[in-house]
Design a protein. Structure first.
Length: 201
């Protein structure tokens, strides 16, 4: 079971399309516990990266995509997501395909960088609550299609769990108890991004 550079190109392109389609939904979610500009910012970042999907090497592809998102998507999410992709690119540098354990290592490294830069942990109503369960499901028990399906299912459960959490980091933390009852916009965006893999298997 392996994932080649075409898989990652497909993933990023589909993620771009899905994020742009969800711009209004994400901005609406952000209006409840944020600045009301989240969907606009992240959509702009993904739109810009579409021109960067030319590399034939996974590490370079992710590195370029991450740097573009950091440059074009203003805000914390863009910085963290971009840094995550760059970190994933370092792990996969020089490779044209990776197996599921290598991809798991890529996401683990991405999570580590997000935690270091953002200061958040799992359970604090952020997109880490989506990334962690997704990454934990990346194993060699099943076919590539089944692995991604199971990981996305876990990611969806993680996204849903943020509704009952109280935000303790980021802009949403200003709302305290009032942040409970709302899905975290970043968690929803990360779920949309990861779910984009389904069409690439």
């Amino acid at each position: 079971m392996s994932f080649n550079v075409e898989f990652f190109k497909c993933f990023l392109l589909n993620a771009s399309k899905e994020i742009q389609k969800s711009e209004s939904e994400l901005t609406d979610l952000d209006s409840k516990i944020g600045d009301s500009d989240f969907g606009i910012n992240i959509s702009r970042g993904f739109r810009a990266l579409e021109k960067d999907l030319k590399s034939e090497e996974i590490g370079k592809l992710l590195d370029e995509a991450g740097k573009t998102i950091m440059e074009e998507a203003s805000g914390t999410f863009g910085t963290l997501l971009g840094s995550m992709l760059v970190a994933m690119g370092k792990v996969s540098r020089g490779k044209k395909e990776v197996d599921v354990q290598e991809m798991k290592k890529m996401f683990e490294e991405g999570i580590k960088v997000v935690e270091e830069l953002g200061g958040a942990k799992r359970g604090q109503k952020t997109f880490l609550d989506v990334l962690y369960p997704f990454t934990e499901k990346l194993n060699q028990k099943y076919s590539a299609k089944k692995v991604i399906e199971e990981a996305i299912k876990a990611a969806e459960e993680g996204m849903t769990s943020t509704k009952d959490m109280i935000a303790t980091v980021g802009r949403a933390s200003y709302y305290g108890e009032r942040s409970r009852g709302h899905l975290d916009p970043g968690a929803v965006a990360m779920y949309i991004i990861l779910k984009s893999m389904e069409k690439c298997i």
